[in-house]
Design a protein around this ligand. Structure first.
Ligand SMILES: Cc1ncc(COP(=O)(O)O)c(C=O)c1O
Length: 407
């Protein structure tokens, strides 16, 4: 007997803001026997990756790679640089900034949270003002999320650096780029970041399971004085072992095959082209959302995320807000597409469209078509024509090189 819906044909559209779709090239690169992680073949792989990865962070400083999710790299950044009871200044951009703060509390740090509305990025003026008050230099680190994945808001890290310098404050700058690295322009060295925290499953197009700390000389010096206990996360042993292309423990060999391929793909495309591609898809998405007549959660156009767009659900005729999770469920069931849910206080309020990683114009059009059909089926008030607006935006913004090649 014919079993209906036993297997959804076609590819699943994984349009959450990470994990992102893993491209075939990376899947193939990982589908390879695990090798001796102390042998010469691995050593070549290790040296290649460690030689390339800095280009993705725009740094010449060490990049420590952990077999862990992003949360592990958050912890690593704190335990390597700080001591019990240290005050850290954190900025409430949204759900992930709040989780990082909770983690700091568990580590016996004293996070001071600059509260905000989850619709804007970190305000450098507020950071500067707080640092100016801190005459005794009790604050040992400033922690900011570059791209707040829960809200689709990007913070200006260069401006945060300037604020710290203007205040003449010695605090370290720790930045979470878990959902921006490999998608948005990010400059560890130029922006004077001390620790950059990143993950594998978003702009790097890998499955979850690897995370990173890019480390400045100032952070390395701080790590020699820092007294928070650390063993697995300790930078020194890893950096020492990395000098020969190895790790001090069994590394995630097959994920490293994938990382090697991901670096090749990003560098072949060119980082500037990767950034421009993300911005172009984000702009087309916003044109679409505006044409639907729906609201974008991010309030300041200068802070729009190139990685995801969080869309606010409108009110219905009964005066109640339509539920984002009901819409997402309907879209998953009918069109085999996953969209990001609203997290913690945004639950049910917003849905998030991921437009990152291994992504092109037609993937975007499929994604937006799925949302537009979903809005209609769910009876969510909107105007038709969002998809058409995105198509126009994509046509009008085709890179000159692509047009020349086609001529
Ligand atoms: C900005 C940001 N920070 C931290 C995390 C936590 O990372 P993980 O879930 O890989 O531990 C995430 C996860 O999505 C994130 O988006």
């Amino acid at each position: 007997m014919l079993k209906l819906n036993s297997h959804p044909s076609g590819r699943h559209f994984l349009q959450i803001p990470g994990p992102s779709n893993v491209p075939d090239r990376i899947l193939r690169a990982m589908d390879y026997p695990t090798i001796d992680h102390r042998g010469p073949e691995f050593q070549q792989l290790g040296k290649k990756i460690l030689g390339q990865i800095g280009q993705v962070f725009q740094t010449t400083q060490p990049v420590v790679i952990y077999p862990a999710s992003g949360t592990g790299a958050w912890e690593a950044a704190l335990v390597n640089t700080l001591s019990p009871g240290d005050t850290v200044l954190m900025y409430e951009t949204g759900h992930f900034a709040t989780l990082w703060k909770k983690l700091a509390e568990r580590l016996a740090l004293k996070p001071e949270f600059i509260g905000d509305d989850w619709r804007s990025g970190a305000d450098p003026a507020r950071i500067e003002a707080r640092l100016l008050e801190d005459k005794a230099h009790q604050i040992k680190a400033v922690c900011v999320v570059h791209n707040e994945t829960s809200t689709g808001v990007t913070s200006d890290i260069a401006a945060v650096r300037r604020a710290i310098d203007k205040a003449g404050h010695p605090a370290l700058l720790l930045v979470d780029t878990i959902s921006s690295l490999g998608s948005l322009d990010y400059r560890h060295d130029d922006w004077g970041v001390d620790v950059t925290v990143a993950g594998s499953q978003k702009g790097l197009m890998l499955p979850p399971g690897l995370s990173f700390n890019a480390v400045s000389q100032k952070a390395l010096a701080a790590s020699r004085q820092a007294r928070l206990p650390r063993a697995f996360w300790a930078w020194d042993e890893i950096i020492e072992s990395n000098k020969n292309g190895f790790w001090p423990y069994t590394p995630a060999t097959n994920l490293l095959y994938g990382l090697s391929e991901a670096c090749d793909m990003l560098l072949e495309e060119g980082m500037q082209n990767v950034f421009a591609r993300h911005q172009r898809h984000a702009e087309a998405t916003r044109q679409c959302v505006r044409a639907w007549g729906l609201e974008i959660l991010c309030q300041n156009p200068a802070e729009y995320s190139g990685v995801l767009t969080a869309v606010v659900m409108p009110y219905g005729a009964n005066g109640e807000r339509h539920n984002a999770d009901a819409l997402r469920k309907l879209i998953l069931t009918n069109f085999n597409m996953s969209l990001g849910q609203g997290l913690s206080k945004l639950s049910g309020w917003v849905f998030r469209i991921g437009h990152l990683g291994d992504f092109n114009d037609l993937t975007l059009m499929g994604t937006l078509a799925g949302v537009e059909m979903g809005l209609a089926l769910a009876g969510v008030p909107h105007q038709a024509g969002g998809v058409a607006a995105a198509m126009r935006s994509l046509q009008e913004s085709l890179p000159a090189a692509a047009l020349q090649q086609a001529a």
